[in-house]
Write a protein that binds this ligand. Structure first.
Ligand SMILES: Nc1ncnc2c1ncn2[C@@H]1O[C@H](COP(=O)(O)OP(=O)(O)OP(=O)(O)O)[C@@H](O)[C@H]1O
Length: 960
């Protein structure tokens, strides 16, 4: 079967001379060759394609192969179709270098689109290498489909003159009519146009005109009146048409065209639904074709032939009628089917419309939401934009700031780098210097090491030398027998408001600086140096630990005297005894010393036997009365007595331990006179002397030892104006001061090494004579009150102490290990000398006496020895004995001044006369004295002289 193109080409060729062309380009009379026609056709198509896709600018005279080359990848085909029917092929592969697979995919899509539209198509292989005719035919069909005005195979209006917009407009119209609501209309239009096309086709152009002319427009009327498609014609109409002989006289071509159109429409309608009918139609088409050919032959053939043909045709016509009936029936069936389908379509359409409405509603809501969201987003966007602007501004200012800072830092860094360079330079030079210094330092260090070693050696030597010095100094002190002076400063008392002190400095080596509050600068300062100075913070144990060796030396046979001196309230009793009701910790020197003596004597028991421990307490009141615990006779005896006692033996009590001593001491303390002054609430109004007398024997050597320990707490000196005392208390104070000044005189005399030491000026000095003038170890506690108000007393106390520290007593001597014999020997020797001197003096006295006895006679005032008063005699004798080293205890006028010198509860000794006599009686000569004939002789002489004198006055002697 010839293709449309062939037919067109043939028709063109057949009629090009007789039938003038009313159409456009391709139907113009050709040069009789198919090639030219094809070329024209191609050109027309190319122009059309270029019109739709101007960007392509395909060459108009492109050959088959050239066109193939353009179209082979299907891109242009798909684009063309999309142009005609937008979005019909959703995805088109394109671009240069498109792969063949994608190209073939494009072609496939184009072909399937053609199938969908029910348009004839070519095979993919045709495009690749087959006949381009089929391809061009297909494109022509496509053009005709979308551009009916132009026509399928030709156009009255050249395509190139039609704008793309017109085409698009038509397409739009077409698509508008193709909406579901106007499907029918579209079909009608489509059918109508096809029919019109068939009528207008070049094939039909001339015959149809002729036919119309010959058949009196019948056929034309039939088909012109037709509205809608052939399928829509009612069966009655069709049978009417079939029966009418208008068809018989209708030109073959017209019939053929109509049949073709009907078939096309049928195919169109049934496409996809009844594929097998296509074949049927095709067969039928062929049949008609043959019939047409027969009819044509008839038109030109003989009458016989016509007859036979007519018969044949009648038969065929009958068959055809039958076919028509059958077809009509089929058509009815199909109509019913179509109605059902229409109904179905309606329902589907309704459902679809509902769904559309729903979807529209949904879309509206979604749109609203989206709009709201959009608004929100817009607001957000605005905010973000403003924020972004802000940030931008801020960041700009920041960056400006940072850049400024950067500049500053840069300058600073540069400056620092410069400084660093300088520093590096400096550090290098310093390093060099350091290295130099290190070297020199190392050298110096070595030298220093050498020097240090030498210094260390010297220091070691120095400490040795220092220790030796100290030892030597002590030994010298010992040898010199200086009175040791320990100064103790009382702390401020509780409740004392004024706490300004006169003590400025306390040195470790006994230095003390006192400042005068009324004087400024150097003048107001006075420094002193003693063996020891105790600060107010010092405690009893510490103080005692320093004097302990002294106490121990008592058991080595030394006489020791410790006495406390100071103004009233300066802490003498505190140091010597301790505070009232003292605990063991607060015990004073007295308790601790006694305790030690007993402890050490017990420890030495195996080597040294203590044969006699004696203890007595002596209170000197008003410096005139002496109270002994046993109320025995009172008297101050010679310090030269072998037992070293200055009081009679009768006053001694044996003690066996500390407890006994404590009892005795407490009794003594109770008996001690006390009174309250403005300076001290519990002022001691008497001197208190505690004496321990020790006698012992060395078990090995058999040598004997006797020694004594005096612990003296003097009554306080006081300025009566400050102590505000009156009456008896004033007298008391005056006496105390007197006895203390007597002590001061003795100390001064001793310090100045006077020949005459006025021991006898007071009882106190007489009692202490052995310790102050003898070869005893003597220690004085100088007590100070640090108050500013006591400055003058403090100064006089310190001056006194200074004088005392200068007193040299000579080396202390122990009575142990025969020393007493040596001492006695020496004593004897000196006594011998003294006695010799005294003998002479006595002789002189006797001479004097004789002269006196003679002179009264001569003067007429003869006076007997008995005419000397007791006092005169005692005085003279005492002086004589004192000068000769002997002392006689006398009860001076001071004693008489005291109305009742005994403390309460004590009675004056009964044997007053005896007492008086006794203490005026010279003591019996000692054994050593008796042993020495010369001494005893001299002594006897002196004693006899004394006795003689005594007898002349009182006639009694203690040593009788
Ligand atoms: N070192 C000290 N530590 C604490 N208190 C002290 C010290 N020395 C003295 N005292 C206190 O000072 C006051 C006076 O002391 P104390 O009676 O011993 O003086 P004194 O010199 O004996 O006086 P007086 O001569 O009038 O008898 C007392 O209350 C005593 O307890």
């Amino acid at each position: 079967m010839d293709s449309i193109l062939d037919r067109v080409a043939k028709d063109c060729g057949r009629r090009n001379s007789s039938i003038p062309s009313t159409s456009g380009d391709i139907f113009e009379p050709s040069s009789s060759s198919n090639g030219e026609a094809e070329a024209k056709l191609r050109a027309t198509l190319v122009v059309w394609i270029n019109g739709l896709l101007p960007s392509l600018s395909l060459p108009v005279n492109a050959s088959d192969e050239e066109l193939r080359a353009y179209l082979v990848d299907g891109t242009i085909l798909c684009q063309l179709l999309n142009k005609l029917k937008p979005g019909f092929i959703p995805e088109v592969f394109g671009g240069s270098g498109l792969s063949s697979s994608l190209g073939s995919e494009n072609v496939k899509r184009f072909l399937s689109a053609m199938d969908k539209m029910g348009l004839p198509r070519f095979q993919a292989s045709d495009l690749e290498k087959g006949s381009m005719k089929i391809v061009l035919e297909c494109l022509l069909t496509l053009r005709a489909e979308f551009m009916p005005d132009v026509g399928g195979y030709g156009s009255t209006t050249p395509l190139s003159r039609k704008s793309g917009a017109d085409v698009a407009h038509r397409q739009e119209l077409s698509s508008t009519h193709s909406s579901p609501s106007s499907t029918e209309g579209r079909r009608k239009i489509g059918s109508d146009s096809k029919f019109q096309r068939a009528l207008r086709s070049p094939v039909m152009a001339e015959p149809s005109a002729a036919l119309l002319h010959h058949v009196g427009h019948k056929f034309h009327e039939v088909f012109q009146l037709k509205q809608g498609g052939y399928a829509d014609l009612p069966p009655s109409k069709i049978s009417e048409m079939m029966k009418s002989n208008s068809l018989d006289i209708a030109p073959t071509q017209s019939l053929l065209s109509v049949v073709n159109e009907i078939l096309d429409e049928s195919i169109e309608r049934k496409n996809g639904e009844i594929p097998h009918q296509n074949n049927l139609f095709k067969t039928r088409e062929e049949k008609y074709q043959s019939r047409i050919r027969v009819l044509e032959a008839l038109a030109t053939g003989t009458s016989e032939e016509t007859q036979s043909v007519k018969i044949k045709m009648d038969a065929e016509k009958r068959n055809e009628d039958q076919d028509v009936v059958r077809l009509m029936k089929e058509k009815d069936d199909h109509s019913q089917e179509i109605a059902a389908l229409k109904q179905e379509l309606e329902t589907a359409k309704k459902a679809h419309e509902e769904r559309c409405l729903e979807m529209e509603e949904e879309a509206r809501t979604t749109q609203q939401k989206l709009e709201e969201r959009l608004k929100d987003v817009e607001i957000l966007l605005k905010e973000s934009q403003s924020r972004a602007k802000e940030i931008e501004t801020f960041s700009e200012s920041k960056s400006l700031k940072w850049s400024k800072k950067e500049n500053v830092y840069q300058i600073f860094t540069e400056f620092q780098l410069g400084a660093l360079r300088e520093l590096k330079f400096a550090s290098q030079s310093i390093k060099q210097e350091v290295v130099k210094t290190q070297r020199s330092y190392a050298e110096e260090f070595n030298q220093l090491g050498v020097k240090f070693r030498a210094l260390d050696h010297a220091a070691a030597n120095y400490s040795v030398v220092l220790a030796e010095n100290r030892k030597l100094h002590n030994e010298l002190q010992e040898l010199k027998g200086n009175i040791r002076v320990y100064c103790r400063i009382r702390p401020f008392l509780r409740g004392q408001k004024e706490k300004q002190t006169v003590i400025e400095y306390i040195g470790e080596n006994g230095e003390l600086v006192v400042v005068n509050p009324s004087k400024q600068g150097k003048e107001g300062r006075r420094s002193f140096k003693f063996n020891m100075v105790y600060s107010p913070a010092s405690v009893q144990a510490q103080v005692y630990s320093d004097i302990q060796p002294l106490v121990q030396s008592v058991l080595d046979g030394y006489n020791v005297c410790i006495f406390a001196y100071g103004q009233t309230g300066s802490g003498k009793t505190y140091t010597m005894t301790g505070p009232d009701g003292a605990s063991e910790e607060d015990w004073g020197v007295n308790y601790r010393a006694l305790n030690d003596l007993f402890r050490i004597s017990q420890m030495r028991e195996s080597t040294f036997k203590i044969t006699k421990d004696r203890y007595y307490v002596c209170n000197i009141y008003h410096a005139s009365s002496t109270v002994f615990l046993d109320l025995h006779t009172l008297g101050i005896l010679s310090t030269s007595q072998a037992n070293g006692l200055a009081v009679p033996e009768a006053s001694m009590f044996p003690v066996n331990g500390t407890a006994d001593v404590l009892d005795l001491m407490n009794t003594g303390l109770r008996n001690r006179a006390k009174g309250s002054t403005a300076m001290n609430e519990r002022s001691s109004r008497s001197h208190s002397i505690v004496t321990i007398h020790v006698q012992g024997k060395d078990i090995k050597s058999g040598s004997t030892m006797h020694s004594s320990l005096h612990l003296v707490d003097l009554a306080g000196s006081e300025r009566v104006d400050r102590s505000e005392v009156t009456g008896d208390r004033l007298k008391e104070a005056q006496h105390i001061n007197k006895s203390l000044s007597a002590l001061g005189d003795v100390i001064s005399a001793l310090a100045q090494k006077n020949a005459h030491i006025p021991y006898r000026n007071s009882k106190l000095t007489q009692v202490l004579q052995a310790s102050l003038g003898g070869q005893a170890k003597t220690l004085m506690f100088v007590q100070l009150n640090p108050e500013i108000g006591s400055y003058s007393e403090t100064m006089s106390t310190l001056k006194f102490a200074e004088r005392a520290s200068g007193v040299e007593l000579g080396a202390a001597r122990s009575s142990k290990d025969g020393r007493d014999i040596r001492e006695l020997m020496e004593q004897v020797a000196s006594l011998k000398d003294t006695i010799a001197k005294k003998d002479e003096e006595i002789e002189q006295l006797q001479l004097l006496k004789v002269q006196k006895n003679v002179s009264p006679v001569a003067n007429g005032e003869k006076r007997s020895p008995s005419s000397f008063s007791d006092a005169d005699n005692e005085e003279r004798l005492s002086d004589m004995l004192s000068d000769s080293g002997l002392s006689v205890g006398t009860e001076t006028d001071e004693c008489a001044e005291s109305a009742n010198p005994f403390p309460e509860g004590y009675k004056r000794p009964e044997n007053t006369n005896k007492h008086k006599t006794a203490h005026k009686t010279p003591r019996p000569p000692q054994k050593s004295e008796r042993d020495s004939p010369k001494a005893s002789n001299g002594l006897r002489k002196s004693i006899s002289a004394a006795n003689m004198l005594a007898k002349s006055t009182k006639g009694g002697s203690r040593w009788q």
